[in-house]
Design a binder for this molecule. Structure first.
Ligand SMILES: C[S@@+](CC[C@H](N)C(=O)[O-])C[C@H]1O[C@@H](n2cnc3c(N)ncnc32)[C@H](O)[C@@H]1O
Length: 112
């Protein structure tokens, strides 16, 4: 986690930051690609935590695995986030570090 020009050591799914502390939260090449090591519950808790510290958007790249296929429980994750008031969308990315990793999961943090 980068804050104010320096790094703050932290581990998902628990971040040492206040609610809505950041305007924009980015997470790249961590969530979803290691789904052989981190289970669905971890992914849901991590997404909730990233949304908690965001006052605006959270962008998660890529919502796909090492096999280049979409995260199998992506729709379930989005449904559960929606139940918490966190809307989401999947948008196209121009950046394709690995073939097939061409989408971004965007979470829109709760307004209140
Ligand atoms: C493939 S690297 C991606 C690094 C960087 N985000 C990028 O895109 O170049 C995966 C990163 O996830 C970090 N990581 C591992 N477990 C984590 C956790 N529980 N919470 C947050 N980051 C974690 C690792 O330290 C590593 O830096």
């Amino acid at each position: 986690m980068l804050r104010g020009g320096g790094y703050v050591p932290a581990l998902l799914p628990n971040l040492p930051f206040a609610d809505k502390q950041f305007d924009l939260v980015l997470s790249g090449h961590f969530l979803f690609i290691y789904d052989d090591r981190f289970d669905y519950a971890f992914h849901l808790a991590a997404a909730r935590e990233l949304a908690r510290v965001s006052a605006g958007e959270v962008r998660l790249f890529p919502p796909a695995g090492m096999n280049r296929k979409p995260y199998p429980q992506l729709e379930q994750l989005r449904r559960e986030l929606k139940q918490d008031g966190i809307e989401s969308e999947v948008i196209r990315s121009n950046f394709e570090f690995v073939q097939g990793w061409n989408q971004i999961l965007v979470l829109h943090s709760k307004s209140r």
